[in-house]
Design a protein around this ligand. Structure first.
Ligand code: CLF
Ligand code: SF4
Length: 494
């Protein structure tokens, strides 16, 4: 039977349409872009095929694809000093935080409902709110039910690693191709400052002894996954004064053992969360400290820099959370999976990505052609599709890119505590917090900005412009960089 004609607009929510509408009108698959692939040059086709729709494993994919987490695994076998699972806030984006826990049956209903309504959905993850490998029965049953109903959804799991070696073979049998282990240390002396206790083989261990067992199990789990060809990502929490410099060593160890990606995340610490670190005043790193460490790690295990430190019940593109639209009380009692929207979306995105890749290559070449050493840190307001397509005042976060001799490199994102423009007008006090979040950034690109916030940003040494509205991010940055530094070259030549 022929696929019914489905328009882009009918596939997406109003916000999604705004994000991609420029695409639809930009000529679609231009002749220059046909056949383009976003595959990094140093990656083989088979690996690319496994990650190209995974928003965490591919930075490029996160502009187009969404993940959802189902909170089916509340039990945990260790205590991390940065975790308190009792604290919940619907607006809090932080691992371990959920609004409601689900049974595998409820999770199934939720995933099918989301798959029918969010065409970008490509990955189902179980990331707690406890430990997915320790609370194994529920994790396994959930994966089994959902993969039987939606066979093309990627299964992803996140674990502290202590119980991981016991389940690696089952993960392989269930085609779980993406596993994340949180590894914060390879030295148990440092581990004892992060983990007060673990529960292992029906016994509680504390201090260095606990950290040593955890470390050995994490390394074993990683080696077992690598031996089975499963793509493993390592998450590390950067805790200033505890393990920040030590993460260089962690990076080395995990690279040697075959980790696919290393994701260094900032410690989130606030007394209101009731965590040990929050209550004892342990601070998290600043954005620039995190960037400096990530820059030092460049050249080791490949880095992930676009992590959003998701809740254990997150739904949507990274950086947006639609979880509150899919709470249990809003789910239908019965629901049947309909693949039409997801399939149609994938066709549209395949063309869009080709076009984007060609535009990106041209922009990177433009920056390299300028041939100066200067770097430019640019923050972009975007709501997906790889475009400058969000009003300054609506941005809850900015994506940050560095343009310079290496081309145009994504270096992270900056969350803002509150959007500048809520309810139709801007708040000066909020703008101060946005300016603080943009520390070190030289230029802000957005689809619209008023004179007042623009002037205040200028006074703080940050230029903002909507001149590149709806361009691809890299196209905009390439043009900006050439305008800024190209004249230096011309002047030098002249
Ligand atoms: Fe979820 Fe994690 Fe799978 Fe992604 S999140 S289980 S790998 S599907 Fe992604 Fe969220 Fe960062 Fe995790 S942005 S916290 S890295
Ligand atoms: Fe919390 Fe996860 Fe640590 Fe368990 S492993 S204490 S759920 S952060």
């Amino acid at each position: 039977m022929n696929q019914p004609m489905i328009s882009l607009e009918s596939l997406l929510t109003p916000i999604d349409v705004e994000a991609l509408e420029k695409t639809a009108s930009s000529g679609g698959c231009s002749s220059s872009s046909c056949g383009s692939s976003a595959k990094p040059e140093d990656m083989d086709e088979a690996t690319w095929d496994r990650i190209k729709d995974h928003p965490c494993y591919s930075e490029e994919a996160h502009h187009y694809f969404a993940r959802m987490h189902v909170a089916v695994a509340p039990a945990c076998n260790i205590q991390c000093n940065y975790c308190n699972r009792k604290y919940d806030c619907a607006n809090e984006s932080r691992p371990g935080v959920v609004s409601e826990k689900l049974t595998p049956d409820q999770a199934m209903r939720k995933v099918v409902t989301v798959a029918n309504e969010v065409p970008q959905l490509s990955v189902l993850g179980i990331a707690g709110p406890g430990d997915a490998c320790y609370d194994w029965k529920k994790t396994k049953e959930t994966f089994a039910q959902i993969s039987a109903e939606i066979p093309d959804i990627k299964l992803c799991i996140s674990t502290n690693g202590l119980a991981l070696p016991d389940h690696v073979d089952e993960l392989a049998q269930m085609n779980v191709d993406h596993v994340t282990i949180t590894i914060n240390m390879v030295d148990p002396e440092i581990g004892a400052k992060i983990y007060p206790w673990i529960y292992y083989n029906k016994r509680r261990y504390e201090g260095v002894e606990a950290a040593k067992i955890l470390h050995e199990r994490q390394m074993l789990g990683l080696e077992m996954l690598t031996a089975r060809g499963i793509l493993t990502k390592i998450n590390s929490v950067m805790i200033p004064g505890v393990n920040d410099e030590h993460l260089l060593e962690v990076n080395k160890w995990v690279k040697e053992r075959g980790a696919f990606l290393h994701n260094v995340m900032p410690l989130i610490s606030d007394p209101a969360h009731g965590t040990h670190y929050g209550l004892t005043g342990q601070r998290g790193p600043t954005a620039m400290e995190l960037k400096a460490l990530q820059d030092k790690l460049d050249g080791g295990a490949k880095l992930m820099r676009h992590c959003r430190q998701c809740r254990a019940d997150a739904v949507g593109l990274l950086g947006e959370d639609r979880g509150q639209e899919f709470t249990l009380d809003q789910l239908p009692d019965t629901v049947t999976y309909d693949p039409a929207k997801r399939e149609a979306y994938r066709e549209v995105v395949a063309k869009e990505r080709g076009d984007h890749v060609a535009a990106k290559q041209a922009a990177v070449a433009e920056v390299k052609d300028v041939a100066v050493d200067a770097k430019l840190l640019v923050a972009v307001a975007t709501q997906g599709g790889g475009r400058v397509n969000q009003h300054f005042g609506h941005a809850k976060e900015f994506q940050v890119y560095e343009a310079g001799p290496k081309g145009i490199v994504f270096v992270g994102h900056r969350k803002v505590e509150a959007q500048y423009c809520e309810g139709g007008w801007g708040e000066d006090a909020t703008l101060d917090t946005v300016i603080a979040a943009l520390d070190g950034v030289e230029v802000v690109l957005c689809s619209k900005i008023g004179d007042c916030p623009k002037d205040m940003l200028t006074a703080a040494g940050i230029r903002a412009t909507d001149d590149y509205a709806f361009d691809y991010i890299e196209t905009a940055i390439g043009a900006l960089y050439a305008a800024e530094f190209g004249s230096e070259v011309s002047a030098a030549v002249a």
